[in-house]
Write a protein that binds this ligand. Structure first.
Ligand code: NAD
Length: 328
C-alpha cells in the first residue's frame, strides 16, 4: 500500500479552505502543514482538519506537493520560497500580468518545480462533457460561443471599490475554457460595461460587462458578466456550430420541482463557486495527484496562462479607451 501524498497548504482564506476540504476528503493525500501569514487563521484551519503542523512559514515543513491559495500578488514569492523539485498547485491567475506569469514559470523551471494553474472548468463534468462534444466535431465548426457569468452572492461595494476588476476576476475562467475547447486564440477584443449602483458609478467601478472576442480561427466569443445574479451562481456556455449547438447548463441547489395551477416552480441555482464547482475542485486536486505520481501532465500550459491574462488585460484597456484592442 503506497503512502498518501503529503501536501502543504499555503493560504487559508476562501480558496485555502476549499482546497483543504477536498484534500482532506481524498484518500490520495494527507495535509502535512497549514501555513498562513496570519497564525490564528492557520491554526483555525489546521485544527478543523486535524493537522498538527501549522505556522506562518514553510521553513522546515516536509511536503511532496504545495498548494498555493494566497493572494495573486504573493504567488511569485511563494514559488521562490518553495522546495526544489516539487509540483505546485497555484490558484489562478499565476501572477497579475503576463510578465509576472513568465517570470513565475521561469523561476519554477530553475527550481525544477512544475506549476499547475487551477482552472476548475477543465475538470468539471458538465463543462468537460460540453467541450468533448465540440472537440469530437459533433457540431462542426464553431462560429459563435456565448458565455454567461452571473456571480453570486454579489460582493460588497467595499470589495468592488478596492479591487474586484470584473475582467480579471471573472473572465479568465471562461476564456481559458472556451479557447481550450476550440483550440484557438483571441485575436482582438472589444469590451464595454456599466455600474448598477450610483456609488460604484461614482467610483468608476463596473459590475456588469460584455466582452466580444474575435478568434484567430474566425469564431466570435461573447462573454456577458454580472456581479449580481439574484437567483444563484449562474454559469452557462453555448457553442453554436455549423452542424448544431452544445449547451453547458446551470446546476441548481436541488432538483425538487413543485407543479400546481399557479405554475411550475423549481430551486434557485447553486449558491456560489464552492458549491457549483465542488466536483470540479475535487477532480482538479485528483489531477494534481496524477502529476505528483507522474501519471499525467497538467493540462494548463504557460502559454495558456499568459494568453488568458493578455485577453483579460486587453478587455480592461478596451473598456477604458472605448476601442477594439488587438491581443495578437
Ligand atoms: N478558482 C477560483 O474560482 C478562485 C476563486 C477565488 C479566488 N481565486 C484565487 O485564489 C487566490 C486566493 O484568493 P482568496 O479569495 O482565497 O483570498 P483570501 O484573501 O480569502 O485568502 C488569502 C489568504 O492568504 C493569506 N496570505 C496572504 N499573504 C500570504 C503569504 N505571503 N503567505 C502565506 N499566507 C498569506 C491571508 O492571510 C489569507 O488567509 C487568488 O489568487 C485568487 O485569484 C480563485
Amino acid at each position: 500500500m503506497s503512502s498518501p501524498i503529503r501536501l502543504a497548504i499555503l493560504g487559508t482564506g476562501r480558496m485555502g479552505r476549499i482546497r483543504a476540504q477536498h484534500i482532506f476528503a481524498s484518500p490520495r493525500f494527507e495535509i502535512s502543514a497549514v501555513v498562513d501569514v496570519n497564525l490564528a487563521a492557520a491554526e483555525k484551519l489546521a485544527k478543523e482538519f486535524r493537522v498538527a503542523n501549522f505556522g506562518t512559514s514553510l521553513e522546515g515543513v516536509e511536503y511532496d506537493g504545495l498548494v498555493v491559495s494566497t493572494p495573486t500578488f504573493t504567488h511569485l514569492s511563494a514559488i521562490e520560497g518553495s522546495k526544489d523539485n516539487t509540483p505546485i498547485f497555484l490558484e489562478k491567475p499565476i501572477a497579475e500580468d503576463a510578465e509576472g506569469i513568465r517570470k513565475a514559470f521561469e523561476i519554477a523551471r530553475r527550481k525544477g518545480n512544475t506549476l499547475c494553474c487551477g482552472f476548475q472548468r477543465r475538470f468539471d463534468d458538465t463543462y468537460v462533457a460540453g467541450s468533448t462534444k465540440v472537440k469530437n466535431g459533433e457540431i462542426g465548426k464553431v462560429v459563435n460561443c456565448n458565455v454567461i457569468f452571473g456571480d453570486h452572492p454579489c460582493p460588497s461595494i467595499e470589495f468592488l471599490k478596492e479591487g474586484g476588476d470584473i475582467f480579471m476576476d471573472l473572465a479568465p475562467h471562461d476564456v481559458d475554457y472556451v479557447l481550450n475547447t476550440l483550440d484557438d486564440k483571441v485575436k482582438s477584443v472589444y469590451a464595454t460595461g456599466c455600474s448598477s449602483d450610483p456609488i460604484l458609478k461614482e467610483a468608476g467601478v463596473i459590475d456588469n460587462a460584455t466582452v466580444l472576442c474575435e478568434t484567430v480561427k474566425g469564431s466570435v466569443i461573447t462573454l456577458t458578466m454580472s456581479r449580481s445574479a439574484e437567483f444563484g451562481y449562474d454559469q452557462r456556455c453555448e457553442f453554436f456550430g455549423v452542424k448544431g449547438s452544445v449547451s453547458v447548463g446551470n446546476v441548481k441547489k436541488h432538483e425538487a420541482t413543485i407543479s400546481n395551477a399557479e405554475g411550475i416552480t423549481t430551486s434557485v441555482l447553486a449558491h456560489s463557486f464552492p458549491q457549483r464547482f465542488a466536483q470540479g475542485f475535487a477532480a482538479e486536486l485528483d489531477g494534481f495527484a496524477d502529476v505528483l505520481e507522474g501519471k499525467k501532465e497538467w493540462p494548463v500550459s504557460e502559454e495558456d496562462c499568459v494568453h488568458v491574462q493578455n485577453v483579460a488585460g486587453a478587455a480592461g484597456i478596451s473598456f477604458k479607451e472605448g476601442r477594439k484592442v488587438n491581443v495578437l
